[in-house]
Design a protein around this ligand. Structure first.
Ligand code: GRF
Length: 197
């Protein structure tokens, strides 16, 4: 069984997709810990309801990138996590976490990277930019995490059609639906050795 650590900041629908796949035995993995950068994240409540060890840090920790980096690193290390999954995590992964876990940290991004990635391009901003540019296609990307926002090796992508009447919100919903499938399938391939990190 692979030990997973999931980092969240928001509603946690990708986290839920991973948790469901583990519970159903589709993924030979167990979520050891959920870490939230936001104490009010819905994801945190959802994880606690499922009796997953769920941790959030206080404001003092969150405000200091070095302290946050050390705190995240300690939690992942204590839980002996094999694979770190960022699922809507809004903070930058620091050098300490990277020094131990780089190569085993995945992120999901709601565009077809390298397009529409980088600082400031998160959440609805991504879909506004895609529609604003008149793209006919968008999608989701799973990539390895390094010290540059959204720049790590791309592991998997899944596309969706952008319809003429799509709004940023409708496109976001469409992409989120494929994200859940893509995240679970990519983690499965990693666990089964069909993607080598
Ligand atoms: C997703 O769109 C993901 O691509 C991005 O943040 C969002 C998280 O959504 N990184 P959720 O919290 O998993 O529902």
């Amino acid at each position: 069984m692979k030990k997973l650590g999931i980092l969240v900041s928001g509603q946690g629908s990708n986290m839920t997709a991973i948790l469901n796949a583990c519970e159903q035995g589709y993924l030979q993995a167990e979520v050891e810990v959920v870490i939230s950068s936001n104490p009010d994240a819905k994801a945190l409540t959802k994880a606690k309801e499922r009796k997953i060890d769920a941790i959030s840090f206080n404001e003092t920790t969150n405000k200091n990138p070095e302290v946050l980096d050390t705190s995240i690193c300690e939690v992942l290390y204590e839980h002996k996590v094999d694979l770190v999954l960022l699922a809507g995590f809004m903070k930058k992964i620091g050098p300490k976490v990277l020094s131990i876990f780089e190569g085993s940290i995945l992120n999901i991004h709601p565009s077809l990277l390298p397009k529409y990635g980088g600082q400031g391009l998160y959440g609805i901003n991504v879909h506004r930019a895609v529609i604003g540019a008149g793209e006919k296609k968008s999608g989701a990307t799973i990539h390895l995490v390094n010290s540059d926002y959204d720049k790590g090796t791309i592991l998997a992508q899944k596309s969706v059609i952008v319809d003429a009447d799509d709004t940023p919100e409708s496109l976001a919903a469409k992409v989120l639906e494929v994200e859940h499938v893509l995240y679970v399938e990519t983690v499965k391939k990693i666990i089964e050795g069909n993607i080598i990190l």
